[in-house]
Design a protein around this ligand. Structure first.
Ligand code: PMP
Length: 435
């Protein structure tokens, strides 16, 4: 009997024993093309020599030094490199061990910022329905997936949720896409006014929605309007790039490609590329300065923040990404993925939508293509497709319907940036066979 506590208690999972480029290998020797990189994690594939060597060298040199006593070379160098390539105004990096921790740090930083600048009433966070920002209690409270939240209510922080903004969402009769984007963003202003601007600290959203909905970019103009509204009311804009960041959409920071400037941005998954658990919360110089010139102490931290081996891995990942200009490669592969997915699924009776950016794609599964009727969530269609795809030697990430609104089951594709062009066809064919 296994003594591991698996998340899905009754799942019979193969044992992974090796990784080779885009492939994972199980104990029977079966090879799986990792078309989702776990969940948008393994951006460099599974056997990157530079990252493996950097980890070994760092363990040999220094494995751990608590950040209460020391800084370390890899943490300093990685912070320098991230800031040199960060969105305008972002000046500081706070290292953590993963995405949920990065979101927790972002929420607490927003709260502490407004305490330090003498606006203690600003404690309310606004997020979007159907969103996912992590699974620790604060990050879960931020997320707007009703099903995930339900059994933990009441959650710890004051959060309200506005509608998300998706290109494929139903628009009002005769409404232009730009008009819809503006109307969706204006919901933020209405919510700020409803709560009272003096009580709102921040708004959080993914620039390209990954978790829950499967690679959905916002409508053009939406984020420009969101930025205007945040500026007008002094609401901090937190962009969660845990999934869509680190080159996944064709830019090191997704918000750069989407044309929006954050006050705080979170990254994780692709930063460690699966080699080490590492994430980061980055913030503007103004926010950092308020803390530094105020209490001088950020009231947040964990034992493993800024871990030398984790940051050494992150440093090797970002160097590899920039020196090989992998974001440009991702941009070049975008139309190839789109073409292959449309070829395989464009007319499929149970595919409602195919959308994405870069190497970040979502395939929506529907009971009927024309009416876009979602499957009954109880059927677990995305989970079944994941299983069938594994039988075909393909890893795709299942996203069950949110059980909230019309958003039904999806699978997410987020293959390694180092995949060959022909691999786009292989992914589409294996997924089609599974479907
Ligand atoms: N934010 C987003 C947008 C995510 O996709 C995820 C993970 N799916 C998280 C936060 C949480 O990250 P982690 O699982 O590393 O805690």
């Amino acid at each position: 009997m296994s003594h591991v506590f698996p998340r899905h208690c009754h799942a019979q999972l193969p044992t992974a024993v090796g990784g080779d480029g885009c492939y994972l290998i199980d104990s029977t020797g079966k090879r799986y093309f990792d078309a989702s990189g776990g969940a948008a994690v393994s951006c460099l594939g599974h056997s990157n020599e530079r990252v493996r060597q950097a980890i070994k060298d760092q363990v040999d040199r220094l494995a751990f030094a608590h950040t209460g006593f020391f800084t370390s070379d890899p943490a300093e160098e990685l912070a320098d490199l991230l800031i040199a390539n960060a969105p305008e105004g972002i000046e500081r990096v706070y290292f953590v061990s993963g995405g949920s921790e990065a979101v927790e740090a972002a929420i607490k930083l927003a709260r502490q910022y407004y305490l330090e600048v003498g606006q203690p009433e600003r404690r309310h966070l606004i997020a979007r329905r159907q969103s996912y920002h992590g699974n620790t209690l604060g990050a879960l409270a931020a997320g707007g997936n009703a099903w995930r939240r339900a059994q933990f209510d009441p959650l710890l922080i004051g959060v309200s949720h506005i509608a998300p903004c998706y290109e494929y969402a139903e628009r009002a009769e005769g409404e232009s896409l730009a008009g819809y984007g503006r109307r969706a963003a204006d919901e933020l202003e209405a919510e700020i006014l409803r709560l009272g601007p003096e009580t709102v600290m921040a708004f959080i959203a993914e620039p390209v929605v990954g978790a829950t909905l499967g690679a959905v970019p916002a409508v053009e103009g939406y984020f420009a309007r969101i930025r205007e509204i945040c500026d007008k009311y002094g609401v901090l804009l937190i962009l969660d790039e845990v999934m869509c960041g680190m080159g996944r959409t064709g830019h090191l920071f997704a918000c750069t490609g989407e044309g929006v400037r954050p006050d705080i941005v979170t990254i994780a998954k692709g930063l460690g590329a699966g080699y080490q658990p590492v994430g980061a919360m980055l913030c503007s110089g103004a926010i950092y300065d308020a803390i530094a010139s105020g209490s001088g102490f950020f009231q947040h931290g964990h034992t493993y923040i800024g871990h030398p081996v984790a940051t050494a891995a992150g440093l090797a990942v970002v160097r590899e990404m920039l020196e090989r200009d992998l974001p440009a490669r991702v941009r070049a592969l975008e139309p190839v993925m789109e073409r292959e997915l449309r070829k395989a699924f464009g007319q499929h009776p149970n595919v409602g939508d195919i959308r994405g950016r870069g190497l970040f794609w979502g395939v929506e599964l529907v009971a009927d293509r024309d009416g876009k009727e979602p499957y009954d969530p109880a059927k677990g269609v995305a989970g079944k497709l994941k299983k069938a795809a594994m039988a075909q030697g393909l890893i795709c990430y299942p996203m069950p319907g949110t059980r909230d609104g019309r958003n039904g089951d999806h699978v997410l594709l987020a293959p390694p940036f180092v995949m060959a062009e022909e691999d786009a066809g292989l992914i589409a064919q294996r997924l089609a066979a599974a479907l």
